[in-house]
Design a protein around this ligand. Structure first.
Ligand code: NDP
Ligand code: MG
Length: 382
């Protein structure tokens, strides 16, 4: 039996994590979880999984939740509540599926407790990859990728020598606007941007997919996960999302990971590694039906956010923190209808241009840069 805590329980990855747990009750048990403000789903999960305690975003939500639930569990709130869940002494695995760099401190707390981390929250590694990976190494803690590309690479490298890898190739579906020119992107709506062709995901990551920032964040995530130089990371456009990513070796051989676009597969793999279980209700790939796969060069003029991410990653220090914080603030403003789609990338570019990089930032310096960058973007007159 594996005992699991979940951050971001009511989200896209969170609810799919509960589906995995629900379909293998003999393998997994939920001990605690957190969510933001979705009391409806949160309450259902509490009654079904009967955790010892939960955490929500605010005191008000905590009060309301306490009045609604029948199962007697403690209800914490705020950042302290996230820390309670991350360091739950009864769990051995933390699934971090909260959205945004708010997931950083809980990740570090879980590492300090020696828990295995199943990491969906990519902003954690983008913002403070050097601190997270160093702390995990020192505590001999495994961080297992939930993101499908990184799970694919992890599996491609299984049993291989990392030193014999010549490059990793991340695939990108192209997001909701892959067939639109930059001209066409003027004036696209939030609703159009939220309509992803292949994957069903939370709203922030769906917008990140449309701007290609999601792939940019994944490049930085891959750099930290696999300790790979940016020159050895390539991104190709692959519309079908059948190949989730690939690794090329010194002899030119390429190992690819194929699968259906179903996040339950990488979530479950992170929970069962090194074993595998069936994915209930999971579809199988029918290669004959698929017939043909397509690959195209990524055009960084069309998708400048990918170029910004490579630049931030190569610059290092606090620049990835700025990239991430500016993106979070800009996507939030777009989702609220305050800026246009193309202004997202302008916000990120402006924030990066004005930033003076701190080379080896401490956690406090990362926080300060994260905070000032968000403030800059919020007040930016784009
Ligand atoms: P969602 O927006 O669907 O879910 C986010 C979760 O975080 C919700 O449970 C939400 O609670 C909670 N949350 C948000 N803000 C707070 C807060 N201030 N305090 C406490 N909880 C909060 O996101 P996704 O599931 O799509 O993504 C989660 C992470 O996984 C992201 O980092 C994303 O990049 C990554 N990821 C997602 C993939 C996907 O397929 N969705 C694929 C690969 C990576 P509530 O809704 O109750 O307010
Ligand atoms: Mg991904």
């Amino acid at each position: 039996m594996k005992y699991i805590s979940v951050l971001g329980a009511t989200g896209s990855i969170g609810t799919q994590t509960f589906e995995v747990v629900r379909s293998h009750p003999e393998e997994f048990r939920i001990t605690s979880f957190s969510f933001g403000s979705n009391i409806r789903i949160g309450k259902e999960l509490i009654e079904e999984f009967q955790p010892k305690f939960v955490s929500v975003a605010t005191k008000e939500t905590a009060e309301e939740l306490k009045r609604t639930i029948q199962h007697p569990c403690l209800v914490y709130y705020g950042e302290e509540g996230l820390l309670e869940v991350a360091s739950d002494p009864d769990s051995t695995i933390l699934v971090n599926a909260v959205m945004g760099s708010i997931g950083l401190i809980p990740t570090l707390a879980a590492i300090d407790e020696g828990k295995t981390i199943a990491l969906a929250n990519k902003e954690t590694l983008v913002t403070a990859g050097h601190i997270v990976m160093d702390r995990a190494r020192r505590n001999q803690v495994d961080i297992l990728p939930v993101d499908s590309e990184h799970s694919a690479i992890y599996q491609c490298l299984n049993g291989e020598k990392k030193e014999e890898m010549s490059k990793m190739i991340l695939t990108a579906s192209g997001g909701s606007f892959r067939d639109k020119s930059r001209q066409d992107l003027q004036g696209v709506t939030v609703k159009e941007a939220l309509n992803h062709p292949n994957w069903s995901m939370g709203s922030k990551i769906t917008i990140d997919s449309a701007t290609m920032m999601n792939k940019g964040l994944e490049v930085i995530e891959a750099h930290w996960f696999f300790d790979t130089p940016y020159d050895d990371i390539e991104v190709v456009l692959h519309r079908e999302s059948v190949i989730h990513s690939m690794v090329e070796f010194l002899d030119g051989s390429i190992i690819a990971h194929l699968g259906t676009p179903d996040m339950k597969v990488p979530i479950q793999y992170a929970l069962t590694h090194p074993e595998r279980l069936d994915v209930q209700g999971g579809k199988r790939l029918n290669l004959v039906d698929i017939g043909t796969l397509h690959f195209e060069k990524m055009d960084t003029k069309r998708f400048p956010c990918l170029a910004y991410a490579f630049e931030a990653g190569r610059t290092g220090g606090t620049m990835p923190t700025v990239l991430n914080a500016a993106n979070e603030a800009a996507v939030d403003a777009f989702l609220k209808g305050m800026i246009s789609f193309l202004e997202i990338e302008k916000c990120i570019e402006s924030a990066m241009n004005r930033h003076e990089v701190i080379r080896k930032p401490s956690l406090d310096e990362i926080y300060e840069v994260d905070r000032t960058t968000r403030h800059f973007v919020q007040t930016l007159n784009v």
